[in-house]
Write a protein that binds this ligand. Structure first.
Ligand SMILES: [Fe+2]
Length: 348
């Protein structure tokens, strides 16, 4: 092989190593704070300026330096952004050990604002992601008849093909699961003043002239969504909290002006030309794996979240989001630096 070819191979090996180091140790703690103003004519006047602070997909594991740094950053960001209401959009934990991390985080969060939450699929189960890889290896067992060995081979090939199709076509990834102690998690959340909404509607403030209505639903995949609530008929401004954006498809959400979701992690790895590697197989697809969008005739915001399901992030920084609710519509006459307005201000 010529020196040039060796140099090229060496360059790509070093490049991939640098990217992996960056994606595993650096980007996951580069938490950005993002601020938006969401304009809507139906927002009650007394609630104009209410700030929602959104935490999603924490995926806490309860150990490790990266997690400790991440919690520090989340606390810093939450102090810098601040909010009138804290909203948690599920996937507090990655597995049962993550409850320790949840306690570390919530005990340090600024007290005062009410805290509402929905649960995510990882709050119910741990996915054996290693199994997805190991099951693709060759089955070296030589026992069994020729037919049995042939069947095992066909099953392997099927799994490999299915995995590649799932990645290529953005289908949900299948992995064996272990049950998490969701009741223990919910007990702790309740003791930490986090109001967990499992197919429930709450109003805030309770005694105000006008209120926001939060409707929080259980996780679409691992929870129970057979008995969904409706907002009161006279609801002026309802907000749907759903871990999985597909919660928006479950029924016609009368009264909901804004839906908030996580789950996709924004794709978690965003590659040139390909875009988001995977959107968890939601109805949004990989092109709409994050950000503001119209879906089912409503405004939907999908956050990139704060944690990871597999331990890499690339070109998709974790984020903490503040949404300031504003009464009104276009045009936006004043737009301070650092704010993004939704809907976009009319041009001209
Ligand atoms: Fe998640």
């Amino acid at each position: 092989m010529s020196i040039l070819l060796w140099a090229l191979v060496g360059f790509f090996v070093v490049l991939i190593a640098v990217i992996l180091v960056y994606a595993h140790w650096i980007e996951p703690v580069m938490i950005q704070g993002r601020r938006y103003r969401f304009w809507h004519v139906d927002l009650p006047e007394t609630l104009d300026g209410t700030r929602l602070l959104i935490f999603a997909d924490l995926h806490l594991k309860g150990h490790g330096r990266i997690e400790a740094r991440k919690i520090d950053r989340i606390i810093e960001r939450s102090r810098a952004l601040s909010g009138d209401v804290y909203l948690f959009l599920g996937d507090f934990i990655h597995d049962n050990a993550g409850l320790v991390g949840v306690k570390r985080l919530l005990s340090r969060l600024p007290a005062g604002p009410p805290r509402f939450a929905v649960l995510g699929n990882h709050d119910y189960v741990t996915y054996e992601l290693n199994h997805i890889v190991t099951q693709l290896g060759p089955d070296l067992r030589a026992d069994g008849s020729v037919q049995q060995r042939a069947r095992r081979l066909v099953r392997r090939v099927y799994k490999i093909v299915h995995l590649f199709l799932a990645l290529a076509l953005d289908w949900p990834l299948r992995a064996p699961t272990r049950q998490n102690d969701t009741d223990e998690l919910q007990r702790y959340l309740t003791s930490a003043d986090v109001h967990v909404l499992r197919n429930t509607v709450v109003s805030w403030p309770e005694n105000g002239d006008a209120s926001l209505y939060f409707v929080g639903i259980d996780d679409v995949v691992e929870g129970t969504v057979t008995d969904l609530p409706a907002l009161p008929p006279d609801t002026q401004f309802g907000i749907l909290l759903t871990h999985n954006p597909d919660g928006l498809l479950l029924q016609d959400w009368d009264g909901v002006r804004l839906a908030l979701a996580g789950h996709t992690h924004g794709g978690q790895m965003v590659l040139p030309l390909i875009g988001a590697v995977h959107s968890q197989g939601t109805h949004l697809g990989r092109r709409r794996a994050k950000g503001w969008q119209r879906s089912q005739g409503r405004w939907l915001f999908v956050t990139c979240g704060l944690g990871e399901s597999f331990p890499f992030r690339f070109c998709c920084r974790p984020e903490m989001v503040q949404i300031e609710l504003r009464r009104g519509s276009h045009p936006v006459t004043h737009r301070p630096a650092g704010w993004e307005s939704v809907p976009e201000p009319a041009k001209g």
